[in-house]
Design a protein. Structure first.
Length: 284
């Protein structure tokens, strides 16, 4: 590839932020994230006595669950969080505008709070990319090289299973309607168009993001933790809203995602127990 005789750790240096991301910026990121996810998912901002509310919140929690992985990425590499964060916040802005206009999700006050919180996150993310990157093609090339060797040099099955969110994400981009049909819409047709579109966008802002973040996490031990968290938090939604999956036009098949995340966790645990190194060599 493009960086002869580089170790994977050296290649990651090319992915690092152009200047150190200070703790003040990281604290600001956490506060804005918390504000947005409380506005979109917390009981005080949603009437969870309505079953459909849980379904709508379910789509936003996908972003929250996978964003947690970003906090396990070394601080020098965490600049890669912000492009995905900006796109995800834009998704939340446009879906909130649509739901407000259609009158299917919350009061006017709740919609305004959600719009403000998502807009602040989007603007902050763009500013962070401008200041810290990534914004150079060499950084993208380095990431591609790093991802390439992490796939081919890893142990045959366990190490290579980390690539699964990538094809899942690409498939979701082009099949948002089919993925949406893995959920019951509680006979509210006003949800269909926008949530199908939101689902397609999640191919980038959830699944491809998860693939990228797991690559950037430094070692198999932390990948075990992030893999378990992703699986457990996705699986926890089944007892909270079982009819959303069992009454879907394509019933129960949503479990394929949870099985994939469980398998990924098991593979990470195997690599950790075997002492597999994440330090591999990039050669031409």
């Amino acid at each position: 590839m493009g960086y002869p005789e580089l170790t994977a750790e050296e290649a990651v240096e090319l992915l690092s932020s152009e200047k150190p991301i200070g703790n003040v910026h990281l604290v600001a990121t956490g506060i804005l994230d918390m504000f947005m996810y409380v506005a979109f998912c917390a009981p005080g901002f949603r009437d969870f006595s309505k079953p459909v509310t849980m379904l709508i919140a379910h789509y936003f929690t996908w972003h929250l669950i996978t964003d947690i992985v970003a906090y396990f990425i070394p601080q020098t590499r965490r600049c890669w969080y912000y492009p995905f964060r900006a796109i995800g916040a834009f998704q939340m802005v446009q879906v909130t505008v649509w739901f407000w206009w259609a009158g299917v999700d919350g009061t006017q006050k709740e919609s305004i709070i959600r719009l403000v919180s998502a807009a602040l996150v989007m603007i902050h993310s763009v500013v962070m990319v401008v200041i810290f990157g990534p914004k150079r093609l060499t950084q993208l090339h380095a990431f591609i090289d790093y991802a390439y060797v992490m796939f081919w040099k890893a142990p045959w099955l366990p190490g290579k299973f980390h690539i699964m969110p990538l094809p899942m994400g690409l498939a979701t981009i082009f099949s948002g309607e089919m993925m949406y049909r893995l959920h019951y819409n509680y006979n509210i047709s006003g949800l269909d168009a926008q949530l199908s579109s939101f689902q397609a966008g999640n191919g980038v802002t959830v699944l491809i993001k998860l693939w990228a973040f797991q690559i950037l996490v430094k070692d198999w031990g932390k990948r075990c933790i992030t893999g378990f968290l992703v699986f457990a938090l996705f699986a926890a939604q089944w007892p909270l809203m079982p009819e959303a999956f069992t009454k879907a036009p394509i019933p129960v098949f949503h479990v394929a995602a949870e099985i994939t995340f469980l398998t990924d966790f098991i593979c990470s645990l195997y690599c950790f127990m075997k002492g597999t190194s994440t330090k591999v060599v990039i050669t031409e």
